[in-house]
Design a protein around this ligand. Structure first.
Ligand code: REX
Length: 390
């Protein structure tokens, strides 16, 4: 059994901080980026080791000890499935959490959005290196911002959610049932100075994937939900994946989500929410099984052309362990194994979803709380155990 060691926790914590604590002023020069086009994994990419299931279980128990009501993980590989659960889906009824429960996948939605746009590139309907304003005239204040800059977070568009959620519970309650238009969200972003020149550096921002959603709607003439449905959900038979926005409830069996307040007060039940502040940047609902199916299919090349997948894997360095492609993150684990996917954080819901090279093994780990870095660290430890073994 591999416990969630402090070293692993530290690695995961660094990832979280690199995602959330984005500096407001330009710091890293463009030269800090990895050579463009490095779609291949690291030169001596290690193959995954047999999963350490006891290690994953212990990581989930750690998440619960650290404040999550429940935590679960599902590993899929070659038709074999491992399911691990601990704690409850609902603090009132005490129903045990299940890997069949639906939950809010937060920014794992960004991978879906990037896949749809990559398909539209494949179909010749949009060009990655054309200005966004060409397709959405007058939307952005700089014609230098391209479609690619949205998907690899180099646009410089300020992440309005930083301002919205500076105070976690009041920020959340102010938007819980709100329904925003995309344009309103872009407007919230443009109230703030941009973080960098277009293309100059990676700065994670939900605004990018809100604009990406607008673009999908403009190019397809249909709601973004239809694009997810027709292009990903139906073909892959993801029966538990839904874009419920602007509904505030999760249809069918799901786990409740509990937001951790900034100061040690009681957890806030955040299940009922529109997630309208995130939309195409983070509003999908899914299950561990569906997310694993999706990531594996993507990495096997079943959702895009081969060129499309190569485009999505044009990595730019974020930090010593992480690179970002188009809506897709590559993380090199402590054992040298590269994994591909995304993390997600919406109020009450933390997700880790990654798959190995070629989609061979996939893991979705989940805890039904958020705003608790130590819980997220524990999910990072589950990722290590799932791919690095003992
Ligand atoms: C919003 C605040 C965090 C959450 C965010 N979420 O940007 C997007 C996402 C959709 O999933 N991003 C994560 C709130 C980082 C990712 O890509 O992995 N935090 C919470 C606060 C902090 O309110 N004051 O933790 O519930």
């Amino acid at each position: 059994m591999t416990p969630a060691t402090p070293r692993r926790a530290a690695v995961a914590g660094t990832l979280l901080l690199s995602l959330l604590a984005v500096p407001a002023a330009p710091a890293a020069p463009a030269a800090a980026l990895a050579p463009a086009g490095s779609a291949a994994p690291p030169a001596r990419a290690a193959a995954p080791h047999a999963p350490d299931l006891a290690g994953v279980r212990e990581a989930l128990r750690t998440a619960v000890r650290r404040g999550a009501p429940g935590a679960m993980a599902r590993i899929d590989e070659g038709g074999r499935t491992h399911r691990m659960v601990t704690g409850v889906a609902d603090r009132t009824t005490r129903r045990p959490i299940s890997t069949k429960d639906r939950f809010r996948i937060g920014s794992v939605t960004k991978v879906f959005t990037a896949v749809v746009l990559t398909q539209l590139v494949d179909e010749g309907k949009v060009s990655l290196d054309r200005p966004v304003n060409r397709y959405l005239p007058g939307l952005l204040p700089d014609n230098g911002i391209t479609v690619r800059h949205l998907l690899d977070h180099r646009s410089g568009l300020y992440d309005y959610s930083r301002a919205l959620f500076a105070r976690s519970v009041p920020g959340f309650e102010a938007v819980r049932t709100k329904v925003y238009t995309y344009r309103e969200l872009v407007k919230l972003s443009l109230r703030h100075p941009r973080t960098n020149r277009p293309g100059a550096r990676y700065v994670y921002s939900n605004t990018n994937f809100v604009v990406a959603g607008m673009l999908i709607e403009k190019l397809t003439g249909k709601p973004v939900a239809t694009a997810y449905e027709r292009r990903i959900i139906k073909p892959l038979k993801l029966r538990n994946t839904v874009y419920a926005h602007p509904e505030a409830t999760i249809p069918e069996r799901h786990t409740r989500g509990y937001l951790t307040p900034d100061s040690g007060a009681r957890l806030v039940d955040a299940t009922r929410q529109t997630v309208s502040w995130a939309q195409s940047a983070g509003a999908l609902v899914s299950t561990a099984g569906d997310v694993n199916t999706f990531l594996s299919a993507l990495l096997r090349g079943e959702l895009t052309s081969e060129r499309g997948l190569t485009r999505m894997q044009k990595w730019r360095t974020v930090d010593s362990t992480t690179s970002y492609g188009l809506g897709l993150r590559r993380r090199t684990l402590s054992c040298g194994v590269p994994v591909y996917g995304h993390t997600g954080a919406v109020q009450g819901y933390y997700t880790y979803a990654f798959a190995s090279e070629g989609g061979k093994r996939s893991l979705t780990a989940f805890a039904n709380t958020s705003n608790n870095a130590r819980v997220l660290d524990a999910l990072g430890a589950a990722l290590e155990s799932a791919f690095c073994g003992k």
